[in-house]
Design a protein around this ligand. Structure first.
Ligand code: SF4
Length: 202
């Protein structure tokens, strides 16, 4: 994996990439990047959850909007508006190509919506396991690695939850409702890409 090439390609695309060897180094950087007393919304992400990034900022005293915290179902629905109007948005990506494309497949699409037309400052945190050689390989990764595992996590009765592979099910309960390939940051957004030299999330 040529990380220098990836960093150069992301920079050429207008993204703001950073590379770290460890989770702790990445978290220390994030803590210095985001000013204290910020409002920060989160997308659903196993990477972000496992790195305990929401807790990092909550314990620092920031206003954190995160559906993973123990909040009521009513609060979980109303939190989307707060996430949308926050100063920062933090999530992961389903895949990242060596050329600098972010690939995501969503069900509700709140995550991709915020990545494209949400808070001014977006932070995407990813392990090296999500780097792919092409857009096609990235989509395949999402459909045959990330989505099946997400279906298991969400208790979805989809074919991939049993087989681990996508059969383009087209079922009413599919979580694959939109595919977004992002080539550049959208106008008006600063998009930081934090790459950690670990296998993180799925
Ligand atoms: S389209 Fe259906 S089978 Fe394929 S990954 Fe999505 S939910 Fe699973």
């Amino acid at each position: 994996m040529d990380i220098s090439l990836l960093i150069n390609n992301l920079t050429s695309r207008g993204f703001l990439p950073y590379y770290f060897e460890t989770v702790d180094q990445a978290k220390t950087f994030l803590s210095s990047l985001i000013p204290q007393n910020s409002t920060i919304g989160f997308g659903g992400s196993v990477t972000v959850k496992d790195m305990r990034i929401p807790e990092l900022f909550r314990d620092r005293g920031d206003q954190v909007f995160y559906r993973g915290f123990p909040i009521s179902e009513q609060e979980k629905e109303s939190i989307f508006e707060k996430i949308h109007t926050a100063e920062w948005f933090i999530s992961s990506t389903n895949a990242l190509t060596i050329n600098g494309d972010l690939i995501n497949i969503d069900g509700r699409a709140n995550r991709v919506a915020e990545m494209l037309f949400g808070p001014k400052n977006v932070v995407i945190v990813t392990g090296v396991n999500k780097i792919t050689s092409s857009i096609e390989e990235g989509i395949s990764r999402v459909r045959n690695v990330a989505a099946p595992k997400n279906c298991v996590k969400l208790n979805k009765d989809t074919p991939c939850a049993k087989s681990g592979k996508c059969s383009y099910c087209g079922l009413p309960n599919t979580i694959c409702r939109t595919t977004v390939i992002q080539h550049h940051p959208t106008f008006g957004q600063n998009v930081y890409i934090i790459i950690v030299n670990k296998n993180l999330g799925f």
